[in-house]
Design a protein around this ligand. Sequence first.
Ligand SMILES: [Zn+2]
Ligand SMILES: [Zn+2]
Length: 261
Amino acid sequence: MSFWVEYPFLSIPLYRSIWKFIDFLFPPHCAGCGLVGERFCPDCSHQVRLLEGQICEKCGEPLTFLQHNIQECNDHLKSLKMIRSFSFYQPPLSLAIQKLKYHRDIGIAEVLAIYLVELYNKNKMDIDMVIPVPLSKKRLHDRGYNQSFLLALPFSMMINKPIKKQSLRRFKDTSSQVGLDRHERLINVSEAFIADSDEVNGKNILLIDDVSTTGSTLEACAKALKNAGAKDIVGLTLARAVHTRNGFSDQLNDVVTAQNF
Ligand SMILES: [Zn+2]
Ligand SMILES: [Zn+2]
């Protein structure tokens, strides 16, 4: 089923017009600095820099980081071809992501999706469909929406690829990831997803999520997709948590990422 069949009346100009109209009725505040009238003002937007320089081919982490072990990374991310993230999880991008996830500022998703398009174009990916990382039924019910879907929808329209959110489901409500290391996180989320082989068999798939910490969630999704016959699977996220000698640099990163589950 193509994107236009699933969302027959939606196009990116229409989607943007809807948000412009909502902004006119309810003027937004910048998610980074609070400026009235902008969802993410030009000043904040310019502060979000694309990760550049030498990166790990597998997980996309800059190789300047301490203790990055490429062999461990390959062992950990067996089902994923690669993960790429636009920037580090730090203000103002982290503030915008928190607003999207916890403060119902869903209009920011369309603005942030532009970063994903830039990342996608830079990496010249050959994909057949876009799938947002699903939430469990319970989490979806509690939050009311899936932030990854809100990012993936305008993104898929902008790159003109179908979005297939029903092709991957999360049937297990996994416990918090806080305090778990990379291996424990992977065990925690493994077997939490199931994919529809009729939709994904033989296909190249792009997974979308807001933040990656160890990549365990994306890997668990990729494993389910592989089990259903998918070909190559790539993960794209807005931000990645900063990995240091002592674990993740900012405990908030862990909390925020853990609340995905
Ligand atoms: Zn701002
Ligand atoms: Zn790596």
